[in-house]
Design a protein around this ligand. Structure first.
Ligand SMILES: [Zn+2]
Length: 101
């Protein structure tokens, strides 16, 4: 008869599993999202593991993708606008400096 080794350390495995589940719940339907892809990339000096998850409900995932695309577009527009502002501010600064000289 085999004794359950996990019981020697109760909770430890379950806790990480629980956190994993909690962070991977679909915000639209509340179902547990499934990991489809795991990839690692180096950001700065640390290795960051990103888990790509998808909703088991395909229709729900399609809606989520639409929402994400909309948000991404909005962020891109904000970024472009702020870059444009930065550029104009730099230009004005440069113009002021040339006026002084
Ligand atoms: Zn969902």
């Amino acid at each position: 008869m085999t004794t359950a080794k996990e019981e020697d350390n109760p909770g430890a495995g379950n806790l990480s599993k629980m956190i994993n589940t909690l962070t991977n719940i679909c915000c639209r339907c509340g179902k547990v999202r499934v990991a489809v892809k795991t990839y690692q990339e180096v950001i700065g000096n640390s290795l960051v593991t990103t888990v790509l998850t998808t909703c088991p409900d395909h229709k729900c995932q399609v809606e989520l993708d639409k929402q994400l695309a909309k948000e991404q577009k909005y962020r891109d527009e904000l970024k472009v606008a702020s870059e444009k502002r930065d550029l104009e501010a730099k230009k004005r600064k440069a113009e002021k400096q040339t006026e002084k000289n």
